[in-house]
Structures are given as C-alpha cells and as structure tokens.
Design a protein around this ligand. Structure first.
Ligand SMILES: Cc1cc2nc3c(=O)[nH]c(=O)nc-3n(C[C@H](O)[C@H](O)[C@H](O)COP(=O)(O)OP(=O)(O)OC[C@H]3O[C@@H](n4cnc5c(N)ncnc54)[C@H](O)[C@@H]3O)c2cc1C
Length: 463
C-alpha cells in the first residue's frame, strides 16, 4: 500500500506536534510541514538579553496538564524540566494604583479560609461579606453557556469578579470576562458547581486530597518550564522533523481534488491546518465559503510582552513573589507583570534582574498592531514605575514582542461554534483544523489536539 501523504500547515507547537505524531505512527508517510516564517515554534520564542533568558510568548506549562510535559520526556528533555519556585509563589493585584497581596488560601479565586478574606486590603467590607456568603446561597447552574463574569458574580459578587477572577482567569485568555465562555474555558468549575452547588464546598473536597499529597511531599510545582527556555521544545521537534520542514513557505492556496488536496499546488491525501481560525478561514475561501464564514467569526484580542532587564544594583529593594495582575476594568495597557527570576530559578543573573510586563486590554489593540515600539515601551515603563517606583528609569536591555490578534476569543457559545466547524469539516474528508483557536489555548492543550488528530486519522487509516 502506498504510504499516505499529509500536509501540516503552520509550524507552531500544534503543527510541529501533529507532524511528529504522524511521523511516529507511520515513518513512511510523506509529511510536509509548511511554515510561513523562518521560525518554528509560532508563539514560543526564547531569547537571551544581557545573559538572561527571556520568553516572548508562553513562559511555562501548567504542570497538571500532562500532554506537553509527556512530549518533553519522550523527546529526551526530562533533565530540562524546570519546576516553578513555589516557595516564592505569591502575587498581588494592582487595584486603584496600589498592589494588594492576593488573599492567601484561595484555590484559583475560590476562598478556602475565612481569615485571609476578612483581612485582605483588596476587597471592601461588602465585597468580603458577599464572598463569604457563597456556601450559604442557592446556586442554579444554567444549562446554556454562561460568561465568566456572570458565573463569578452569581457565586461571589462583582468585586470578586473585578479584583480576583477577572485578572486571574480572564488574564489567561486576554479576553473580556463578560463575553468569555465558561463552558469552553473552565468547564471544571461548572462541573464543581453541578456536583456541589457551592464552589467553596466543592473545592474544599478537592483540596483535602491535594493537601494530603502536599504533606507527603508529592505535590508537583504549579508551573513547569524548560531550563534553556520554552523554545527548547519546538527546537527538539524541529530537529526530529528536519526532512519534513518547509520554512518560509506560506500556504496561500488550498484546493480540493477528487482524491485529496492540493496545497500550493502539491497533492496530499490529508491536510491538517494548525493556524489561528481567521488565518485558516482565508485559506479555505476557495473550498467552502460557509466554513470560511464560520472560521472568520472567531474574535481575538491583542497582547504584547515587554521583557525588561535591569541592573540589580539599581533595583532597590528587589521585589519578592511572582508578580502582579491588574484589577478590572483595566486603566492602562499594563495588564500584569512577572518577576521572572523569582518564578523560575536561573532566569536572572548575579548582576541582572528580569521583569516581564504583559500589555493588552481593549484600548491597546491598535497600539499593539500599529503603534510605535518606543511609545509602547515608554507608556508601559511609566505605568510600571508608577506602581513599582523601585525600578530604575532605564533598563539595561528590553525586548518588545507584539502579538496582534494573538489571543483567540473563547466567546460565549464557543462550544457550539466548534461543533459547527467539526460538522462542516466532516463534509471534507482529510481536512482538520486544530490549535489554540479551538479546543484549549495552552501549549499542552495544543499538543493534546495534535495527538488526538493523529490518533483519529490513524484509526481511520486502519479501518
Ligand atoms: C503572550 C502569550 C503568553 C502565553 N503564555 C502561555 C503560557 O505561559 N503557557 C501556555 O501553555 N500557553 C501560553 N500561551 C498560549 C500558547 O502560547 C499558544 O496558544 C500556543 O503556542 C499556540 O500554538 P499554535 O501552534 O496553535 O499557534 P501559533 O503559535 O500561532 O502558530 C501558528 C504558526 O502558523 C504560521 N502561519 C500562519 N499563517 C500561515 C500560512 N498561511 N502558511 C503557513 N504557516 C502559517 C505562523 O507563522 C505560526 O508559526 C501564551 C500566549 C501568548 C500570546
């Protein structure tokens, strides 16, 4: 039997992992991975500034999601795995120009202890009372999808949304909590409500097990990175896939034929499109305008990271903890900041201290897309120094990495949208769309989707 042929479009982590999975399953398969740029890894980009390792995109993997970590181990990167320095794990919320420690004893934003809520400076007396009432209220989970904002308000009130859940959970997606689908982004919290009614009570049960593990020293760090940077993972995949990689090869033309697909005129049996949905929409326009319209419906938000390297002798005092996130509604483009060297060992040098600022919010969209780099950097630095006057005016080095429309919007109804896409896809055998736009934005979720798609097609092939 002739080996089948597969085109993978997009050389981010999703496309690389998909190509790897197909290659492992059937090494004779003709695989071509088309990447528009000369960089493999997409949003995963690592650099060195003044000897400090800095990340332009993701800085870590969430340890409890196993897929990317397992892939690292499979690629021989076990010794590279770097747990977050959880002994320093605390962070603050920037609210009305001041940093307030995030209340201790919360799991996500769900309180597990009364005293930290009573004593926090982050909430008003009314906000505290509303949060502490949660276990005593009746909660009714709507059948249909609900926004992060409505879900949080129902349980804990508006202040908890603006000052805890919005920055913490909304921040992960860079989206507007009023329009973020709870069913697609945090289904486990909905499940907790379904089972227990109260999130406080439900989480308490989960925490008993987690605390028992922690007492036995079994609790893994919350985040895991790679010692030589996140880029190590796509680099390792690219090394294995070398003969299959096509750099500087944007796919501009996708056509369906009687027996398969033409990708930039080259025939393949199957096409895996591992691009953000709107980029995928442009590609499919000549094949199925309904699918094109569906894919282009996904909204997105823009963000940027600004890595700043300061001379340690000029930072007084050196901050502790992991950093901070800004409360909602956002009042500047500064969404948050990580003290990188506190979160992961070995990121600072003896002479330099690294801070990574996240820029975004609704007002920053056009600035991130078209604004001058100097303006963005000076505005961000000014906003940061307003909050952290211990930082000097001039960094020793900086790197601004923009991600215009880089965060897919998991809007209300996302799961229905995805269902419609899968239904439409089924009309085009051999075509699949995977990646951060669809079924999870984390690097690990992207790897899982790649594993699933190759598994699915593998089964298909065998039957
Ligand atoms: C600032 C930031 C911080 C993040 N932090 C974390 C984190 O800490 N942990 C975490 O798990 N996740 C994080 N994420 C999310 C995660 O990084 C992304 O969801 C994931 O990397 C997306 O991978 P992807 O392969 O699906 O898409 P992408 O990385 O966007 O890759 C798509 C690729 O397709 C290429 N391409 C585009 N058009 C074409 C074309 N026509 N033909 C060929 N190629 C094309 C692009 O050049 C790109 O290389 C973060 C994201 C951002 C923006």
């Amino acid at each position: 039997m002739n080996p089948s042929s597969i085109a993978v479009v997009g050389g981010g982590i999703t496309g690389l992992a998909a190509a790897w999975e197909f290659h492992k399953a059937a090494p004779d398969t003709r695989i071509a991975l088309f990447e528009a740029s000369n960089h493999f890894g997409g949003k995963i980009v690592t650099r060195t500034l003044e000897g400090c390792l800095v990340e332009g995109g993701p800085d870590s993997l969430l340890t409890e999601k196993p897929w990317a970590l397992d892939l690292c181990r499979e690629l021989g990167l076990e010794a590279e795995l770097l747990p977050s320095n959880d002994a320093q794990r605390s962070f603050s919320i920037l609210h009305r120009g001041r940093l307030h420690p995030f209340p201790a004893g919360c799991k996500l934003f769900i309180p597990q202890k009364v005293t930290p809520i009573l004593t926090t400076t982050l909430l008003s007396p009314r906000g505290k009372a509303r949060m502490l009432m949660e276990p005593f209220l009746r909660h009714r989970l709507p059948e249909e999808d609900e926004s992060l904002a409505d879900f949080t308000r129902r349980h804990f009130g508006q202040e908890a949304l603006d000052r805890l859940a919005g920055p913490l959970l909304g921040g992960i997606y860079g989206g507007d909590p009023e329009n973020m689908s709870m069913a697609a982004t945090f289904p486990r919290l909905r499940e907790l409500e379904r089972k227990h009614g109260s999130l406080v009570k439900g989480m308490a049960g989960m925490m008993r097990q987690a605390n028992a593990n922690a007492r036995q020293g079994k609790a893994p760090a919350l985040f895991t990175s790679l010692r030589s940077g996140m880029q190590t993972l796509p680099d390792a995949l690219a090394e294995k896939l070398k003969p299959h990689l096509r750099a500087n090869s944007p796919v501009t033309d996708l056509q369906k034929t009687e027996s398969g697909w033409l990708v930039n005129g080259e025939p393949f049996d199957r096409v895996i499109v591992a691009l953000p949905a709107r980029a995928a929409a442009r590609m499919i326009s000549g094949v199925d305008t309904g699918l094109e319209a569906l894919l282009s419906r996904q909204s997105s938000s823009s963000s940027a990271t600004l890595s700043l390297v300061f001379r340690k002798q000029e930072v007084n005092p050196l901050p502790t903890g992991f950093g901070f996130m800004a409360a909602h509604p956002l009042t500047s483009l500064l969404v948050g900041c990580t003290w990188t060297g506190n979160k992961f060992e070995g990121r600072d040098t003896p002479d330099h201290f690294v801070c990574r600022a996240f820029l975004g919010g609704p007002d920053a969209k056009s600035l991130i897309a078209d604004g001058s780099g100097d303006t963005l950097v000076s505005q961000a630095l000014a906003a940061l120094r307003n909050v952290c006057p211990f930082l000097p005016e001039t960094p020793a080095a900086h790197w601004l990495q923009r991600w215009p429309d880089g965060n897919p919007g998991y809007a209300l109804g996302h799961l229905d949208w995805l269902k419609s896409i899968r239904k439409k896809e089924a009309e085009h055998p051999g075509l699949r769309f995977i990646g951060s736009s669809y079924d999870g934005i984390s690097v690990s979720d992207c790897v899982r989707q790649a594993q699933q798609v190759s598994g699915n097609i593998q089964q298909h092939q065998n039957t």
